[in-house]
Design a protein around this ligand. Structure first.
Ligand code: ATP
Length: 365
């Protein structure tokens, strides 16, 4: 069983003046056998520190790490059946690809030289790097080096793969190609995988589940679609999705939300969801903002088109309310013509809006 469980995991560093830096704060998450979990969050939120604790490269301040039913928190990196792929690839420059991939296998397994040779060649073939086996890392492109780094992890046949931003040094096209390849490989190999990235698109497209971190704390763990459609709080709502969700600060007045530029009448259900709050944030995703010709409903608002950004299959339309220079964004089909400087009506349909507590940021609806 290669289920990996982080239980109340924390890491506190002490800086030069002796003050504490809480890098990881009471994180609990389970990664099922063969599951691909993406740990995602902004720079400095504690992703790498979490991964490094699982790898055994960083000590645990408190909490536990279980592989199957066994705690591995106090084991050395070599004693954990885990292989890590780094952003920097970390290949040995003086060794060939073959040497890099087979390094350590002689000592750590009872395989014969011939068996190791066969395994390395099979893995290289799977990754499309067989013709490069006798080259040195300096004679390879970034994408090829990345495949070697992956190959080195794969030949060790570990119970868990840990990957720290492994695609971030590749150009956009290669990155998206490698994303698909990595997913396919992970599915074929069926190895429990924890993958770190700050890129929400990568997280959304690759993860069976994603765990969103901010400021060392787990904000939400769920499938990409759960996190997208039912964000647990305002942070997750704003972090997942591109362009980001639009937010408006509103005051609760009975069954109506009152904001700086518009009021939003609520249905009975929504009104009861916000009853305990005085201030709420109304969130609406750009694709849920409808642009209509005339205000006919109670959730229709007069706006001015500020800028239109063509994105190919769709246009991002930046809108403002009169007397305001802040914009919010709607995405519409690429064939639709919307002109900057014109007036339009933005509709925020009630079934598409999200409501967050103004104080805590927790989702209310
Ligand atoms: P990035 O995406 O930028 O790599 P991250 O989410 O991986 O960021 P971490 O590298 O885990 O973040 O860092 C989390 C916090 O811990 C940061 O505030 C960082 O400055 C701090 N930190 C990390 N390593 C150390 C260390 N060795 N000593 C002191 N503070 C550290």
């Amino acid at each position: 069983m290669s289920r990996l469980a982080l239980e109340h995991l924390s890491k506190v560093f002490t800086d030069d003046d002796g003050s504490d830096i809480v890098a990881v704060d009471d994180v609990s998450v389970d990664i099922g056998d063969g599951e691909f979990l993406v740990l995602v969050g902004p720079s400095g939120c504690g992703k790498s520190t979490t991964l490094r604790m699982v790898a055994g490269l960083e000590t645990v301040t408190s909490g536990d790490i279980l592989l199957g039913d066994e705690s591995i928190a106090d084991k050395g990196p070599q004693e954990r059946d885990i292989a890590m792929v780094f952003q920097s690839y970390a290949l040995y420059p003086h060794m060939t690809v073959r040497g890099n991939m087979s390094f350590g296998l002689e000592e750590s397994t009872d395989m014969s030289d011939a068996e190791i040779r066969e395994l390395v060649e099979e893995t290289a073939e799977m990754l499309g790097i067989e013709p490069l086996l006798d080259r040195k890392p300096s004679e390879l492109s970034g994408g090829q080096q990345q495949r070697v780094a992956l190959g080195r992890a794969i030949v060790r046949d570990p119970e868990v793969f840990l990957m720290d931003e492994p695609l971030s040094n590749l150009d956009a096209k290669l990155r998206s190609q490698m994303r698909t390849e990595l997913q396919r490989l992970q599915e074929d190999l069926d190895v429990t995988t924890m993958y770190v990235t700050h890129d929400q698109t990568e997280a959304m497209t690759m993860g069976d589940r994603i765990a969103v971190l901010d400021d060392g704390r787990l904000q939400q763990a769920g499938t990409p679609l759960e996190c997208y459609h039912r964000p647990a709080n305002r942070f997750v709502a704003g972090f997942i999705g591109e362009p980001s969700m639009n937010f408006f600060e509103m005051t609760v007045e009975g069954d109506t939300l009152v904001g700086e530029h518009f009021t939003y009448p609520l249905s009975e259900d929504a009104a009861s969801a916000v009853r305990s709050a005085t201030e709420v944030t109304l969130g609406v995703r750009p694709e849920d903002v409808e642009l209509v010709d005339a205000a006919t409903g109670e959730h229709d608002y007069e706006t001015i088109v500020d800028v239109v950004e063509p994105m190919g299959n769709e246009n991002a339309v930046y809108l403002t309310f009169e007397d305001d220079d802040r914009t919010f964004v709607a995405t519409v089909g690429g064939m639709r013509t919307v002109e900057a400087g014109t007036k339009t009506v933005a509709r925020f349909p009630e079934d598409a809006i999200h409501l967050f507590d103004g104080d805590t940021g927790e989702a209310l609806k």
